[in-house]
Design a protein around this ligand. Structure first.
Ligand code: MN3
Length: 208
């Protein structure tokens, strides 16, 4: 079945002032939609791959046919990453806070919640060019920060340098912030904390 653009759980202007409505609209209906269209096109004629979930597609992309591997990596990653990104955000004041269990894991890994935020932002600011910053849960239950280029993500076995289950990811492509923040990626990342949906992050940490 063809992949489609997921509905937003909030209005396009609901993340202002952190994320402006115009950026949300273009990012979702143009950029994310293009990843979906190109993924569906790449999968045409591959019924076995079309039957997979987007999580399975990301996990197995390294073993896909060479003719479509690059397109599926870029556009399948783009679809998974953005579908989660919209869910990792919520209007300011509604996203809750890290659970006691997640806070304990972040404190064990980074020293404190504030130190986590500094290191996560540094991963985003330090990503040269386009990509994502991630907080992941490892197999042993600990958490770690990493970043990936382009639309790669930690689900991509044999491709991503980092592994684990993504708990939180931030898009640091210029299209995610340039209209409002221009070259000031650190300002976007600083404002982004106001709209993180910790309730969703907590549910991922508890589930996996
Ligand atoms: Mn994007």
């Amino acid at each position: 079945m063809a992949f489609t653009l997921p509905e937003l759980a909030y209005a396009e202007n609901a993340l202002e002032p952190s994320i402006d409505a115009t950026t949300m609209n273009i990012h979702r209906t143009k950029h994310h939609q293009a990843y979906i269209n190109n993924l569906n096109k790449a999968l045409e004629g591959h019924a076995d791959l079309q039957a997979m979930t987007i999580d399975q597609i990301c996990a197995n992309v390294a073993s896909m046919p060479d003719a479509i591997k690059g397109a599926v990596r870029n556009n399948g990653g783009g679809h998974w990453n953005h579908s989660q990104y919209w869910k990792w955000m919520a209007p300011k004041g509604t996203g809750g806070a890290p659970s006691a269990e997640l806070t304990a894991a972040m404190t064990a890994a980074f020293g404190s919640f504030d130190a986590f935020k500094e290191k996560f932002a540094a991963a985003g600011v330090g990503r040269f060019g386009s990509g994502w910053a991630w907080l992941c849960k490892k197999a042993d239950g600990s958490v770690a920060i990493c970043s990936t280029p382009n639309q790669d993500n930690p689900l991509m076995k044999g491709i991503a340098d980092c592994g684990g289950t993504p708990l939180l990811g931030c898009d640091v492509w210029e299209h995610a912030y340039y209209l409002k923040y221009q070259n000031r990626r650190p300002d976007y990342l600083a404002a982004w904390w106001d709209v993180v949906n910790w309730n969703y992050v907590n549910s991922l940490f508890a589930a996996k």
